[in-house]
Design a protein around this ligand. Structure first.
Ligand code: NI
Length: 212
């Protein structure tokens, strides 16, 4: 049965190629998520409906807060850490600039900074940090698990990375998007500091707040 044997060998060969292809796709996919997922908004890949505001954290005054405390206001939410050398201070200064352009309507906005480095970013550290940017900015921290849960609900990526030159020998890699959530706590949009001027972002957000 020569032909049967050949078919059998061919099947094994196809089977092996199939496995190699699957392995390549898995490895390539993981690499893609690791490198691209870092910068791109999660909304692009997972769908807006997947992003929710769910949190149970401690604010910079030491009060326990949940997403319910921010309902009724438009929320600008940014994840980062106070030891961040670049993205966080730049983005928070930008957010402060946006807030200053809201005029009286700033009362309808809750700007929120959630740390992804809670072991160093205690409420006291957060208080000093957020107040340096804007009096309205609320800093949130909590246990590692509580922070991870909040990041998961917003589909925010972050990861501890060893870095010899950084304080304590590490940095927190994290996605750099500002989330705009509606007063009902639903996802509205994401913004990046580099993508538009503070004036343009303020105009865009105000138009949505006023239903335009
Ligand atoms: Ni940062």
């Amino acid at each position: 049965m020569t032909s049967g044997k050949t078919t059998h060998l061919r099947r094994i060969r196809y089977g092996l190629w199939f496995l190699v292809t699957i392995a390549a796709l898995v490895i390539g996919g993981a690499y893609f998520v690791r490198t691209i997922g870092f910068r791109e908004p999660p909304s692009v890949t997972t769908g807006e409906a997947a992003i929710r505001s769910e949190l149970s954290l401690i604010d910079h005054n030491g009060n326990r807060v949940t997403e319910a405390d921010f309902l009724g206001r438009w929320q600008l939410v940014f994840f980062g850490f106070t030891y961040c050398p670049d993205v966080c201070p730049t983005t928070l200064a930008y957010m402060a600039n946006v807030l200053d352009r809201f005029g009286g309507e700033v009362e309808q906005v809750a700007p929120i900074f959630i740390t992804v480095d809670p072991s160093r970013d205690t409420p006291e550290v957060m208080a000093e940090y957020v107040q340096a940017f804007h009096p309205k900015l609320v800093g949130l921290t909590g246990s590692e698990a509580a922070v991870a849960a909040a990041a998961q609900s917003f589909r925010v990526y972050y990861e501890k990375m060893e870095e010899e030159t950084a304080p304590d020998g590490y940095l927190m890699a994290h996605s750099g998007h500002i989330y705009l959530m509606t007063p009902e706590g639903r996802f509205e949009d994401v913004f990046r500091e580099a993508d538009q001027s503070a004036e343009d972002m303020a105009t865009d957000v105000l138009a949505r707040m006023n239903g335009k």
